[in-house]
Design a protein around this ligand. Structure first.
Ligand code: G3P
Length: 218
């Protein structure tokens, strides 16, 4: 399973990259705004700064919602760096744009996916990644992880190359369940990735090993 970090914060991206387990980054307009990045020029520069930190897979989202606008913006984003994956919202013009980019060899991430039908259309259009939002479904008392399982089944049935990228991951159990189900990617906050490290028996065991070592050296 690939690990992406779901942030536009450079320090967090550097910290996750330093762990040696990071495969990519996902951003969205809200995450960019959270970092206080204003204006197209600065936003594009910020994407380039992210690309300089990681090895590949930097999702950069288009703001346009019409076909022509998405093509223009997505083409500009893809030209910033070969690591860019153009993130496109799952709307009618978005599907057309995904098809266009797929034929041009530009990688895409279909975002704001909340149903199996939307995921199926994205796969048919040739999306590289499809991003079902697990946490936001859980927020409205729907089962986000069940959607991941459903999409994996559908993609497996037909051998779609589109990868299932579980997004809106909120905690460590989401990550574990994604791994159990065979999701291709989980994009997670740094806190959830680092949360996987924690086990009290590891801390207790390490303290005991170190204290026994110290005693043996007295
Ligand atoms: O990248 C999009 C997605 O992961 C958003 O997550 O926590 O805002 O629902 P969240």
């Amino acid at each position: 399973m690939k690990f992406f970090i779901d942030t536009a914060n450079l320090e967090e991206i550097k910290e996750a990259q330093a762990l040696g387990i990071l495969d990519g980054v996902t951003t969205n307009p809200s995450l960019m705004a959270k970092e206080g990045i204003k204006g197209k020029k600065n936003i594009y520069r910020h994407y380039q700064a992210i690309c300089a930190i990681v090895d590949d897979n930097v999702s950069a989202e288009v703001i346009a919602t019409d076909y022509a606008g998405m093509i223009k913006e997505g083409t500009e984003l893809a030209a910033l760096d070969s690591k860019i994956v153009v993130k496109v919202p799952l709307i009618e013009d978005g599907i057309k744009a995904i098809k266009y980019f797929s034929e041009k060899g530009i990688r895409t991430n279909a975002t704001l996916v909340f149903s199996a039908g939307q995921a199926l259309l994205a796969a048919k259009a040739g999306a590289t990644y499809v991003s079902p939002f697990v946490g936001r479904l859980d927020d409205i008392s729907e089962d986000g992880m069940a959607l991941i399982e459903q999409i994996i089944t559908i993609f497996d049935n037909y051998g779609f190359a589109t990868e299932v990228l579980a997004a809106s991951i909120r905690h460590t159990m989401h990550i574990i369940e994604c791994a159990e189900m065979g999701a291709d990617v989980a994009t997670c906050p740094l806190k959830a990735i680092k949360g996987l490290l924690n086990h009290p028996l590891t801390d207790i065991g390490l303290a005991k090993f170190l204290s026994d070592y110290r005693k043996s050296q007295e």
